[in-house]
Design a binder for this molecule. Sequence first.
Ligand SMILES: C[S@@+](CC[C@H](N)C(=O)[O-])C[C@H]1O[C@@H](n2cnc3c(N)ncnc32)[C@H](O)[C@@H]1O
Length: 270
Amino acid sequence: MEIRDIVKEKYGQAALRVTTGGSSCCGASATVDGCGVDPITSHLYDANQTGQIPEEAVLASLGCGNPTALAQLNPGEIVLDLGSGGGIDVLLSAKRVGPTGKAYGLDMTDEMLALARENQRKSGLQNVEFLKGEIENIPLPDNFVDVIISNCVINLSGDKDRVLQEAFRVLKPGGRFAVSDVVVRGTVPDEVKRSMLLWVGCIAGALQDEQYASKLAKSGFDQIEIEPTRVYNVEDARAFLNAEGIDVDSIAAQVDGKFMSAFVRATKPA
Ligand SMILES: C[S@@+](CC[C@H](N)C(=O)[O-])C[C@H]1O[C@@H](n2cnc3c(N)ncnc32)[C@H](O)[C@@H]1O
């Protein structure tokens, strides 16, 4: 099975769990803890933000950061959310850019799109559109978007170079890339990386921070910054790793401080 099919199946199931009143979590939270104590996806949004949008959009949140809190969004701007899931960041962005702006969400999973469109309907927001498609082939014209946001999605792509090239293509000159993602800092043995990243995001695929920056530069971006927002340690993942039969204490030194959620910023030169 291709990575894309596995991702689609996982997130299709996650969307259906929300629709039927369950938790959207996968990875650690679905098998061990329940979403409430998930150190990655929980407590990302403050009450002021969650109070502005339908509860189902909040319940479907599967991100690892809060790009709308960190990105600069101005009235009248066009925002695109890569891998928009249940739509939380699209709806929050739509409020920020106001009726003269527009927020697009892009997702390849039908169940997520259905959930997002239902959340849009409940929100009453008109300046929102959810598009079906892949982040490796963005269905928008060149030089069209002011800000690209994304929340824990680019790490899932099997072709990150292509995603960054597409992001660059659709951004206007001077446009901003403002993305939350999981990154790895320093070197970690492949086996340990695989286990930890399965815990983090269901599918192992995060980039090292230096690789991320160099891929952005290769795609044409400048003003690249990668700022950690949450750093994980082995205790966060102990229950999941134990359930996978991994000797947690033996890998602790190779894990602590190396896996993090980060906010990644870059600019398309004007
Ligand atoms: C971890 S969830 C994050 C959802 C949302 N950003 C949030 O913060 O709740 C990943 C989402 O990205 C979508 N996705 C993953 N890979 C994709 C791809 N290559 N193209 C389009 N959508 C993708 C999945 O369908 C899923 O809805």
